[in-house]
Design a protein around this ligand. Structure first.
Ligand code: GLA
Length: 386
């Protein structure tokens, strides 16, 4: 941590001619259960990871933002009075978007010189963009002395993503980064925006298995899945007028009317409704020292994501096969939006090295891709570093 701080301070000094006076940080996340349940107002069992984004900053006297990154070339200089989208350095849109939304919400912001340093791998489904958004939000909150709680910050980040960046995501990523807890998972209720801690059995390690395969279909396919869920909801409302989201439909209610829906819409809805129930079941099972239910819940989530929601990919299938055969594996499934990116495994304590070795080799043989596999720990949500 000290080494990282020294490195960033040095870069900051080179850019701005002085040392930073304030440091903000926010983590990435991995979902342990609950794919695509967030925009259906359902539940997610999510966990922050100990890979995070830092912003070192110094407040400015004017209302300009200067932002650079140690990870990506290019940067931005813009006035808070005129915030435009940037095509040249698109990562700066997460900074611009948060600033724009905060101002539209009536907050008066102070400018800063900032430098980002992130250890959340980009584009691998671990919410590197939400980590930037939440670090920016807490930085503005502190520099401009704003009354904002972490849930407000998450909502601002989601609006930045939806309205400014133009990606219609749910609340999962920003909520996790803002509200995640040190040392445990959280059971997030996406309708009420509340969460409770879920301890993870200490004999288990959470392991990220990044397929390092393309995820370029994510945008359009993601929007299509959302639209199909909305269509399913509309059709189900004929039978259940009281429902306002798929979250309100129990597996039994759904099965009673499944044949009334077009097959594709029925498959999409079935996945969400069953996945939502699996989140609640996992919250019960995760603290316990009993691997079978974990294995079954993860396996059902993966096969549903592949066959019903159709967010799988050949690389994910190869990774799943490799994980299932590896020593120490307790449970494995997809993570994030799917379509490639990272997957997640629960691995028995003491097996980490052999697990990584086995999965790396098997996956490489099958796909010729060098996977990226590492254990993660739940870390605190967004904060200002002392
Ligand atoms: C992406 C989105 C989230 C969520 C997941 C799928 O990460 O940003 O809002 O929908 O996909 O669960």
């Amino acid at each position: 941590m000290e080494e990282r701080r020294r490195f960033i301070s040095k870069e900051f000094k080179q850019l701005y001619g002085r040392l930073p006076s304030i440091w903000a940080r926010a983590p990435g996340r991995v979902d342990l259960m609950g794919s695509h349940t967030d925009y259906n107002m359902g539940f997610v069992l999510t966990m922050t990871i100990d890979r995070d984004t830092w912003i070192a900053a110094f407040p400015r006297e004017d209302n300009h933002i200067v932002i650079h990154s140690c990870n990506t070339p290019g940067g931005a200089f813009f006035s808070l009075e005129d915030i435009q989208r940037d095509k040249v350095a698109p990562w700066t849109n997460y900074v611009r978007g948060v600033a724009a939304v905060m101002q539209t919400s009536g907050f008066k912001l102070r400018g800063f010189d900032g430098l980002i340093h992130s250890t959340v791998p980009f584009g691998s489904g671990l919410s590197s963009s939400a980590a930037i958004e939440m670090a920016v939000a807490i930085l503005f909150k502190t520099l401009s002395d704003l009354r904002l709680n972490p849930v407000d910050m998450a909502l601002i980040g989601q609006r930045a993503e939806n309205d400014f960046v133009g990606v219609s995501t749910g609340i999962l990523d920003q909520y996790s980064s803002a509200m995640g807890r040190d040392g445990c998972g959280i059971l997030l209720d996406c309708r009420h925006l509340t969460s409770e801690a879920v301890p993870i059995n200490p004999a288990l390690q959470v392991v990220i298995c990044n397929t390092r395969s393309e995820r370029n279909l994510v945008g359009t396919e993601y929007d299509e899945r959302r639209a199909q869920c909305e269509e399913g909801l509309r059709l189900l409302q004929r039978f259940y007028p009281g429902i306002t989201a798929l979250r309100d439909v129990s597996p039994a209610m759904f099965m009673a009317q499944r044949q009334m829906l077009p097959e594709l819409i029925a498959r999409r809805c079935q996945f969400i409704i069953e996945e939502n129930q699996r989140v609640l079941d996992l919250a019960q099972a995760l603290p316990e020292d009993c691997p079978e239910p974990l294995h079954e819940l993860f396996a059902a989530s993966y096969s549903g994501a592949r066959d019903l929601y159709e967010i799988g990919s050949p690389a994910m299938a190869a990774m799943m096969d490799a994980m299932l055969l590896a020593p120490g594996l307790v449970a494995a499934r997809q993570a994030g939006a799917g379509f490639g990116g990272s997957m997640v495994a629960l691995v028995k304590e003491g097996f980490l090295e052999v697990f990584i070795d086995h999965v790396t080799k098997t996956y490489q043989q099958e796909t010729k891709i060098q996977a990226e596999i590492y254990a993660v720990q739940a870390a605190p949500g967004a904060m200002i570093l002392e």
